[in-house]
Design a protein around this ligand. Structure first.
Ligand SMILES: [Fe+2]
Ligand SMILES: [Fe+2]
Length: 144
């Protein structure tokens, strides 16, 4: 597979300081970059390309949900006051990803534009804002 510029370049600015959260964010970023690379593959039959995209997209949706569970568990354990709002953002995102995934499965969507931009924007905005706020609170409680 030829190299495509990463959709998100990992940057220390993205780190929340909570080890498990940061490791999972790196993994999500890698998967999003993989999706971007798969979408931009050249010289491959459309059908095979669609299969690859579907597989990577399903993995990404699955890992994202697993990651949200981990964050929500940390917030619950430490009784984070911003829990409900944070969880609501996660739930909105899951709903959105599910509808994008099924729109793609139905063949009714151009994945390369709207969707990749949405995923990149959501992930970076959420990490830099909502996840960082959670990370600061958790660090204050001694969580590493
Ligand atoms: Fe996160
Ligand atoms: Fe989060």
């Amino acid at each position: 597979m030829q190299e495509t510029a990463p959709l998100i370049a990992w940057d220390t600015k993205l780190e929340t300081g909570i080890h498990v959260v940061d490791e999972e964010h790196k993994f999500l970023v890698q998967n999003l970059n993989l999706l971007n690379q798969v979408v931009h593959q050249k010289g491959i039959a459309q059908e095979l390309l669609d299969d690859d995209v579907r597989a990577v997209l399903n993995n990404l949706a699955h890992y994202t949900q697993t990651h949200f569970v981990v964050e929500e568990e940390l917030m619950r354990v430490w009784q984070y006051p911003g829990f409900s709002q944070h969880q609501a953002e996660h739930n909105d995102f899951i709903r959105r990803v599910m509808s994008l995934t099924s729109a793609f499965a139905d063949g009714g969507m151009d994945i390369s534009g709207t969707m990749l931009n949405y995923l990149r924007e959501w992930l970076t905005t959420h990490i830099l804002g909502t996840d960082h706020a959670m990370g600061n609170f958790l660090k204050g409680k001694g969580q590493t």
